[in-house]
Write a protein that binds this ligand. Sequence first.
Ligand code: ADP
Length: 399
Amino acid sequence: MNILVLNCGSSSLKYQLINMEDESVIAKGLVERIGIEGSILTHKPTGKDKFVVEQPMSDHKVAVKLVLDALKDAEHGVIKSDDEIAAVGHRVLHAGEKYQESIIINDDVKKVIRECFDLGPLHNPANLIGIEAVEAAMPGKANVAVWDTAFGGSMEPKAFLYAIPREYYEKYHIRRYGFHGTSHMFVSGETIKFANLDPEKAKVIVCHLGNGASISASIGGKCVDTSMGLTPLEGLIMGTRSGDLDPAILEYLCNHENLTISEMLNILNKKSGVLGMSGGISSDFRDINDAMNNGNEVAKQTLEAYAYRVAKYIGSYTAAMNGVDAITFTAGVGENAVWLRPMVCKYLGYLGIQLDEEASAKAVGERMLISTPDSKVKLCVIPTNEELAIARETLRLVK
Ligand code: ADP
């Protein structure tokens, strides 16, 4: 049984077709520049040459149709007809507090996705367009929504409420939701299996460090706390997002730089993080690390601040759970940046944590234990696989 996984952005669409018998990827691909000049589909069937389609794609409907055509292409395709797709799993950002469990999409679900446009203005509209494009291309096919906020749904009010007047929670549902939920759910579950922990009681911290970055604490696979908030802006320092900061900075800078609140938020989302802190070197951690290695002091301060924030969160989440059994690094930076792990772990000696530096240096993009046998807490690198997690959820619902 094959599941198609779709992740629609405002002008992009990522997809994977997964064979659920052995969870292998049959084909994957990316459509970029939907609705703008230079639309391009790059289709990668497993074991065959990649296939590129360059033609105008006015909207996601056209893009979805071309993806289905590529999957069925006589030469580059992997299936003969749409019947070989059992269902489609969609990554959807937000359903507010309405849905936390994955769900088969119907008109009510689409209404909720629409109602939450203002909570996820960049993602929810694109997610809905993707769903409607699949409905048009394959009428009657089961579509499943897997929410990026789902993992955070198990947080208690003490973790998700902000200390602002209660009426804002009651009126507008202003609260911590958390994001990267599919990744945190997948990686925390895989950590429990990989590190051989008690599935009911394991205390796990997952550091999802990519371009966006977030950290979660979970007990027995259930989220206790997570660093992103109402939006993905809160928490760790990221590629271009500031993460935590004193909200009074906003008023100060708006007044002194003559900025509107939207302009200010755009700066905090797109021009801050390691890009902004480093004085504009890059949002790519490889470039900042290169600069640090070449003696650039600002790059060094930036990466030290980045690692320090990760370590502070690990400390606070260890307190929140009254202990921790395993800490896992995942996503682009977490899986690949071997230089970062000693920078974080040097703060964690008080927990009896010992990084095996030799093992860590070899752990690039693959599942590995990187703590010494004496370490009181297991340190792991586990590549995230959000597509597989979405496919598993989709299969569970349509079976
Ligand atoms: P996202 O899904 O949030 O776009 P990813 O998880 O793919 O991000 O991570 C992308 C980031 O990973 C890039 O911005 C890059 O800085 C970082 N990255 C990738 N490879 C390495 C590496 N070898 N060393 C350091 N950082 C890396």
